[in-house]
Design a protein around this ligand. Sequence first.
Ligand code: RP5
Length: 159
Amino acid sequence: MKAAIIFGSRSDTPVMGKAAEVLREFGVDFSSHILSAHRVPELLWETLKNLEETGTEVIIAGAGLAAHLPGVIASLTLLPVIGVPVSSGGLGGLDALLSIVQMPKPIPVATVGVDNGANAGFLACRILSLKYPPLGERLAAYRSKMKANFARDNQGAEL
Ligand code: RP5
């Protein structure tokens, strides 16, 4: 099972690194690429062709500002694309969120919250788990542990 993480600039690394952490935790192989729909569109196109040919199954794409990267990727491939709006501009990420989430049909991008690279990683795992049942088992075990931790940390709280 294989994912790709693509993001628009080195400055997006702290946010997109959270997606990488989740994929690593769940044992999902991935490649990562800094590419831009605006700055290097030809290289983006070439890279996508290569990712498809080498068995990538889901793509996580993050960008800030006029964040067209995830949408352009979704227009160039039929693989599922998860978009991560990055709050790199002066608008707190609202610019990137609207750019990524407001896709015209039939070119969807599954958009997570601003700077929520981790959730992009979890969603990629859920998508891949449809094909790889052991990954689903790891997600279920993670959820059980999360519930136990929640109960432990929040039990008996009083104001
Ligand atoms: C976007 O522009 C990138 O995804 C980044 O979030 C933002 C700023 O990029 P840099 O100017 O820091 O390279 O394309």
